[in-house]
Design a protein around this ligand. Structure first.
Ligand code: 13P
Length: 256
């Protein structure tokens, strides 16, 4: 049985004070809840503060990016080991903003995936199509390319430390959420891809999250889809009450 995940991607938002307050409020809410997994991904400078605030709760810490090299002259970059030092269990890789704003390629993303898994850091690998790709009926082709590119060289064993996040780019920060049918169809495609390219066990045990304008009032419907195993949340993860509502939805769905 796959546990539902509620992951908050804070992107380049919050300040030290609001990050600490948000983490503290969520730690108080979640406490030791173990029916679902909650992950917070704050900006780099607030990782240690957020880690302190969530210690004692079941919430896990994640970062929003990393570099593939272990150390050296790479000004401005952050290694996997550095993230682990701050208490991260997860790193988001391949987010559409990294792909489309920063120009990361599948090859860049793959190097990071390999580096993270090599050191035992879990990867939340994001994939998703642009609006024009969906309109041109290319969604599955894009997902296939991004999965193949991002997971190049990763074994079925390595996959155990990977979560996939399907984030259609047209749904991110737009208020336009994918319908439950659109989300389920993409997730079903991704799971079948995993089954074909790895094996049925790997595909069955992997969590595939949906991201893109998830809110407390649409979270339960999305997470009730057979192949949707939780949400990667941007805007609605920045307030304790709205992310709390999504956490409640996940708990409610997981307890049936
Ligand atoms: P929004 O929830 O703001 O649409 O962002 C989704 C996202 O990009 C999460 O990684």
């Amino acid at each position: 049985m796959r546990k539902l995940v509620a992951a908050g991607n804070w992107k380049m938002n919050t300040d030290l004070k609001s990050a600490a307050a948000l983490a503290e409020a969520l730690a108080q809410k979640v406490q030791q809840e173990s029916s679902i997994e909650v992950v917070l991904c704050p900006p780099f400078p607030y990782l240690t503060t957020v880690k302190e605030k969530i210690s004692g709760s079941s919430i896990k810490l994640g970062a929003q990016n990393c570099y593939h090299e272990a150390e050296g002259a790479f000004t401005g970059e952050t290694s996997v080991g550095m993230l682990q030092d701050t208490g991260c269990d997860w790193v988001i890789l391949g987010h559409s903003e990294r792909r489309h704003v920063m120009g990361e390629t599948d090859e860049d993303i793959n190097k990071k995936v390999v580096a993270a898994l090599d050191k035992g850091l879990g990867v939340i690998l994001c994939v998703g199509e642009l609006l024009e790709e969906r309109q041109a009926d290319k969604t599955n082709d894009v997902l296939e390319t991004q999965m193949k590119g991002g997971l190049q060289g990763i074994s079925a064993e390595g996959l155990k430390n990977v979560i996939i996040a399907y984030e259609p780019v047209w749904a991110i920060g737009t208020g336009v959420t994918a319908t439950t049918e659109e989300a389920e169809s993409a997730h079903d495609f991704l799971r079948k891809w995993l089954s074909t390219n790895y094996n049925a066990d790997a595909a069955e045990s992997m969590q595939i999250l949906y991201g893109g304008s998830v809110k407390p009032d649409n979270a339960a419907d999305l997470m009730s889809q057979p192949n949707v195993d939780g949400a990667l949340v941007g805007g609605a993860s920045l307030k304790a009450d709205s992310f709390g509502g999504i956490i409640d939805a996940a708990i409610q769905v997981s307890k049936g």
